[in-house]
Ligand binder design. Structure first.
Ligand SMILES: *[C@@H]1O[C@H](CO)[C@@H](O)[C@H](O)[C@H]1NC(C)=O
Ligand SMILES: *[C@@H]1O[C@H](CO)[C@@H](O)[C@H](O)[C@H]1NC(C)=O
Ligand SMILES: *[C@@H]1O[C@H](CO)[C@@H](O)[C@H](O)[C@H]1NC(C)=O
Ligand SMILES: *[C@@H]1O[C@H](CO)[C@@H](O)[C@H](O)[C@H]1NC(C)=O
Ligand SMILES: *[C@@H]1O[C@H](CO)[C@@H](O)[C@H](O)[C@H]1NC(C)=O
Ligand SMILES: *[C@@H]1O[C@H](CO)[C@@H](O)[C@H](O)[C@H]1NC(C)=O
Ligand SMILES: *[C@@H]1O[C@H](CO)[C@@H](O)[C@H](O)[C@H]1NC(C)=O
Ligand SMILES: *[C@@H]1O[C@H](CO)[C@@H](O)[C@H](O)[C@H]1NC(C)=O
Length: 394
């Protein structure tokens, strides 16, 4: 593929241009909030009244109330929360014996990040989009650091966009590389966890199904349907990456599909069953041979053109059984020529018969004539004999 091999260089340049700004989505959580304390759910969390003088007793309050959770154990200037759960979240404050506020914090409880379940989708040559979900519900503000490495071993960011949480996109991926290693690291106040996903983009490339599949009857042709469709809108049409299409169709009621393949966005079907509705679907695949076939487009139904004059012999004689579809059966199908052959046969046998009768008759006549001649000769001989005898002297 010489035409294709010339592309990677250009794409790499494009990719470097677009990827050189490292953008990490950090809006959700930043360490700057100092008056919030984070604790692990189910563990023992100790709050320290930082401004208190050592040894002097302090009074603790939760959400401004002196009523503390049952599992809250004050000790000197600290408060230990045993086996924490969500009901222990809130504003904790400590006061000295004169009721002066010494220190306050907001406690939030959650979990450390766990591994993510990541799925990546590549529906054209320009983007590989990965999205993920937490397998552990952390209840805490989170940020993700996303990057990838291909065989060139340079670490590039996987771009995150504010309007698409839990998603990142590799722009202009080097699809022909053997693999890409995606690194999605979830970070929250209690820790971080890296999920690594090894992808083979070559195999993952799967276009969206073709759109606007439209079958049209062809006037004057009851066995044809003209079908057209559009490139999937997610596949940049102007790109040097053509698609190849596969169209399948079947008469309604049949289970067997017929297939056609084309690189055009339309095709003419010429063996439609007359006057019968058909189901049609189209799928697409990268014409350079990468990846998989798209899903089939949603089924559309179409009826071929049919002659309003039902006496048309093409329609009534060839497919007599419609609208209920049955397989055309060759043994009972009557070809228009058969009747003529049959009468010809009758004529020939009649002729033969007449010929035989005629020859038999002529043979009889000849026989009779020969016999007559013999008899005539015999009489002649008798006469001469008689004449001879008469002439003899007695
Ligand atoms: C939490 O504190 C309780 C009481 O002091 C103790 O029995 C328990 O072992 C502690 N749990 C952990 C995980 O430290
Ligand atoms: C907790 O404190 C914050 C400010 O520190 C305040 O905005 C919030 O309303 C308080 N919540 C409660 C339940 O008191
Ligand atoms: C806390 O109070 C206990 C007595 O209840 C005392 O023995 C201990 O030294 C105190 N700890 C600190 C850090 O002040
Ligand atoms: C304290 O306020 C927080 C909201 O800031 C709430 O979730 C929590 O249940 C409250 N705790 C108590 C004991 O009222
Ligand atoms: C992939 O991400 C890019 C950039 O955000 C976006 O334009 C494109 O629509 C996404 N594709 C899919 C299939 O989500
Ligand atoms: C994944 O990304 C994180 C955050 O950038 C980094 O600390 C870690 O080393 C990376 N892991 C690998 C295997 O690349
Ligand atoms: C469908 O195809 C199978 C095998 O290709 C054939 O046996 C069967 O008769 C066909 N059925 C119809 C309804 O065309
Ligand atoms: C149908 O029949 C009418 C007259 O019977 C004729 O004028 C017309 O052309 C026919 N239409 C077709 C499509 O054959």
């Amino acid at each position: 593929m010489p035409g294709f091999m010339s592309c990677p260089g250009g794409l790499i340049v494009l990719a470097i241009i677009t990827l050189c700004t490292v953008h990490v989505n950090s809006e959700i959580w930043s360490n700057e909030v100092s008056d919030v304390q984070y604790g692990k759910l189910g563990s023992n969390v100790t709050l320290e009244c930082k401004e208190s003088r050592t040894g002097s007793p302090v009074e603790w309050r939760l959400n401004g109330s002196a009523v503390l959770p049952r599992q809250a154990l004050p000790s000197n200037s600290s408060l230990t929360l045993v086996d924490t759960d969500h009901s222990m979240e809130g504003n904790y404050s400590c006061l000295d014996e004169r009721g002066t506020l010494l220190w306050a914090t907001k406690l939030r409880l959650g979990r450390k990040p766990g591994l993510l379940s990541v799925s990546c989708k590549i529906s054209n040559h320009h983007f590989c989009n990965c999205s993920w979900q937490q397998s552990v519900k952390t209840h805490l503000p989170t940020k993700y650091i996303t990057s990838y490495r291909d065989k060139l071993d340079a670490v590039e960011p996987c771009h995150q966009y504010d309007f698409k949480p839990n998603e990142c996109a590799i722009e202009y991926p080097t699809i022909w590389q053997h693999y890409h290693l995606i690194n999605i690291t979830e970070v929250n106040p209690l820790g971080s966890e890296t999920t690594l996903v090894r992808l083979n983009l070559k195999d993952l490339l799967k276009p969206d199904p073709p759109e606007a599949v439209t079958p049209d009857p062809v006037v004057g042709h009851p066995r044809r349907l003209q079908v057209r469709w559009r490139y999937p809108s997610s596949w940049p049409y102007e790109a040097p990456f053509p698609l190849i299409f596969q169209l399948r169709y079947r008469p309604r009621g049949s289970i067997n599909w017929s297939m056609l393949q084309t690189t055009d966005t339309n095709v003419l079907i010429t063996d439609i069953l007359v006057a019968h509705p058909h189901i049609i679907q189209v799928q697409a695949k990268d014409d350079l041979g990468f990846g998989q076939w798209s899903d089939w487009s949603t089924e559309v139904q179409a009826l071929p053109w049919s002659d309003p004059n039902l006496s048309d012999p093409e329609q009534t004689e060839e497919y007599p059984g419609f609208p209920d579809y049955t397989e055309p059966d060759c043994s009972t199908a009557k070809s228009p020529g058969v009747e003529n052959y049959r009468s010809l046969g009758v004529l020939i046998s009649l002729g033969l018969f007449a010929g035989i009768i005629l020859s038999m008759l002529s043979a009889l006549i000849i026989l009779l004539w020969i016999r007559q001649r013999r008899r005539d000769e015999v009489t002649k001989q008798e006469l001469t004999l008689m004449v001879k005898m008469k002439s003899l002297p007695i």
